[in-house]
Write a protein that binds this ligand. Sequence first.
Ligand code: GRF
Length: 202
Amino acid sequence: MAVLISGRGSNMTALIAAAADPAFPATIALVLSNRPDAAGLAVAAEADIPTAVVDHKPHGKDREAFERVLDETLRAAGIDIVCLAGFMRVLTPWFVERWTGRMLNIHPSLLPAFRGLDTHARALAEGVRLHGCTVHFVVPELDAGPAVMQAAVPVVPGDTPTSLAARVLTQEHRVYPAALALVASGAVALDADGRIAGPPAA
Ligand code: GRF
C-alpha cells in the first residue's frame, strides 16, 4: 500500500510502525507527497520506505493532469491500497473511481458531523460533548464515504482547538492502522452498493 501525505505525517508514522510487525496484513511500498517540503518524507526515508513527490503546482488548475501522474506513480509501484493521511488535495471523481474500495482517508471528526476543514474549532463552537476521528472509504463526495472505524474522545471544559486536536490525534494513530488492517486482510470491504461489507469494527 501507499501513504499519501502533504505535511508532518504523524498518521503515516503510525502506519509505518504498525506495518513493521510481520503479522500486519499490508506492506508500505511507497510514501508519496504532493509537496516537496513535507516533513513526513524524511521520516519515511529514515524508515527505509521508498518516497516520491508528485508536485501539483506545475499542473496549475488541471487537477486531472496531476492525478494522471499520481495514478501512474502508484501503479508503477504496484500499489493495491492507498491511504490518505493529511493529503491536502481534493481528488476528482475520475481518480476516486479508479481506486474505489481501495482508498482510505482519516478525517478528524465523527463523520458525518463536521466534514471539511477546521473540525476542532467547529466542534467547540457547536458545544458538542463528544468529538473524534473517522477512517472511511473515499468516495467522490468530500468526507462522505462509509466509515470503517471511528474513535470518540470527550470534549472537556477549557478545551481549545489545539488541546482537542491533540486528544483526537492520539486516537487517529490507534484507529488508522486498525482500520487498514481490516481492509487489507479483506475482513471489511466496500460492497457493490457502496456500503460496508464485513463485521462491525469497535
Ligand atoms: C490529521 O488530523 C488527519 O485527520 C487530517 O490531517 C491531519 C494530518 O496529520 N486528515 P498528520 O500529517 O498525519 O500528522
